[in-house]
Design a protein around this ligand. Structure first.
Ligand code: AMP
Length: 187
């Protein structure tokens, strides 16, 4: 089955994705991780990515979609995709539909982890200390949140009418969120 974890930055998508990877033998498709990997490899694309990422801005759809495609079409990962941080815009959501269609797949569950701005700021502060992520400063976080409101939240309208869409209170403890997800998945 394929799953989308959707929500603002700092909602806990990555944490839940990692758990689901273990539980379901799946593959975490984190575009943030994929982009950071590209930066590490110091490729030409990596150099383009770095300035946008550190600014709290989105990396272009062209780059993200190109990097994502290989994962969606990877036969090993087929039907085991756990999306974390993608799609982040309406055009990405439509691109994902197209990629899935072309590889005879669909999304089975969309989990929206709903968290307010104050909770996110607190979490990012903690994550910065734990994970030592250089792109995690408060200013970047606030910019990211604004970008989320402007560009990512409209994706909710695109998905929320679907019967596979489930909203979860992302302010709950990690374990509580996990067990909500498990209830929906019946695992
Ligand atoms: P994340 O690790 O998901 O918090 O992503 C970190 C940063 O990577 C974001 O602030 C964006 O600059 C970039 N990024 C990650 N995923 C995407 C995406 N789907 N579209 C555009 N930019 C992205």
């Amino acid at each position: 089955m394929n799953i989308i974890l959707f929500g603002p930055p700092g909602a806990g998508k990555g944490t839940q994705a990692k758990y689901l990877v273990k539980k379901l033998n799946g593959y975490q498709i984190s575009t943030g991780d994929i982009l950071r990997e590209e930066i590490k490899k110091d490729t030409d694309i990596g150099k383009k990515i770095i300035s946008n990422m550190n600014d709290g801005k989105f990396v272009s759809d062209e780059i993200v979609n190109m990097l994502l495609k290989n994962h969606v079409f990877d036969p090993i990962k087929k039907e085991k995709l756990i999306f974390d941080g993608y799609p982040r815009s309406l055009s990405q959501a439509k691109n994902l539909d197209l990629l899935l269609n072309n590889s005879n797949q669909k999304i089975d569950y969309i989990f929206f982890l709903n968290v307010n701005k104050e909770t996110i700021v607190e979490r990012i502060k903690k994550r910065k200390i734990l994970e030592k992520r250089t792109d995690d400063d408060l200013e970047t976080t606030l910019k990211r949140y604004d970008t989320y409101v402007e560009t990512t939240r409209p994706v909710l309208d695109y998905y929320s009418k679907n019967s596979n869409f489930h909203e979860i209170d992302g302010a709950m403890e990690i374990d509580q969120i996990t067990s909500k997800i498990e209830d929906f998945l019946n695992v």
